[in-house]
Design a protein around this ligand. Sequence first.
Ligand code: HGY
Ligand code: MN
Ligand code: MN
Length: 419
Amino acid sequence: MSDQAGAELRISIDRLLDRLAALAEIGAIEGTAGAARLAFSEADRQGRDLVTGWMVDLGLDVAIDAIGNVIGVWRQGAEPAGRHLAPVLCGSHIDTVATGGRYDGNLGVLAGLEIVETLARAGVTTARPLAVGFFSNEEGARFAPDMLGSLVYAGGLALEEALAITGIDGAIVGDELDRIGYRGPAPCPGPAPHAFVELHIEQGPVLEEAGIGIGVVEGVQGISWTEVTIGGQSNHAGTTPMRLRHDAGYAAARLAVFVRELASELGPPMVGTVGSLRLHPDLVNVVAASALVTVDLRHTDDGVLAVAEKRLGAFLDELAEAEGVRITTRPLARFAPVTFSPAVVDLVESTARELGCTTLRLPSGAGHDAQMLARLCSTAMIFTPSRGGISHNPAEHTDSAELEAGANVLLQVLLRLAG
Ligand code: HGY
Ligand code: MN
Ligand code: MN
């Protein structure tokens, strides 16, 4: 097929929407468009089975690696002389947070499958193979850190260390992988693709507020996750004078206020979140004995992120002193900001414009597998708008026309990268 004809190819939005809907059925959150498929859960297994089945149906050579990453290479779609070449990989993740929407991660994987189907139906072959993958535990909500599968794939964490990680529910990654049958034979770290392009919803308000259809993502901001354990003294809520308290609940609340005020003081793009705060014994008439609190800090500048981490440490020392509580911390994730390949970023931008899309360059506020694949190969991301900037929420939504535009930009970028 001529390049011209390839340039005219477009995906079928109906097929893409059907696959998104079918996948969202698994772990569906009653009464919403969203789904809950925490990493390595039964729902995740079912989601993996469904998507891997689609890969097989499309004629992809499916490899499952030792941390459960699944990559399907479409060798039949390459000219015979190029079938041995490193593929151009697209994809993302299909695990979700507990309040997941149907597009976060899933869009990048299912758009990749739709592109393979579109090319196959059109009889289009490429100089080197295309591949579609999903990486394990991108969310990091059950097992920290996030982007675990792609981190191990890229050689950023030893496989044995990853398999030994204990989750928030006490489960162990390796056991869960065995239980769902996704500890595969393919080696970790994995082979470097020729390039990696991830289509993803923005999950923030920038594109919608600017009235822009395609985000040309230049990189991902740095991430710092810390688990803070506060040991106080449980006591009677009625009899214990305020002056005698060592209240882990109060200390945890102070920490949450500090994180918010630190982010405001350092100013945008600094963000700070206390997303999990668990008290023990968590009873109405007991001064909390202990608290388990998570702190998520992010910034595009690694130096400012390091300042924020230092400020957090100093605050915790003061808090321990003032309240007479014992405070220990455990790092859960720490990834420096990543800059994507300028050549691929430029290609995303020029391709989107050729397709008549409006574009805006921006950093990613959320973490993505692309920030790990960037360690291995030329990498970039394409964003589509998120309605109201909402994500990690079942109400997450992107209009069909925007999904279609994003998938068509990905199609054309992949064709150009694969020759
Ligand atoms: O936390 C993140 O940014 C991603 O959703 N894992
Ligand atoms: Mn995601
Ligand atoms: Mn997410």
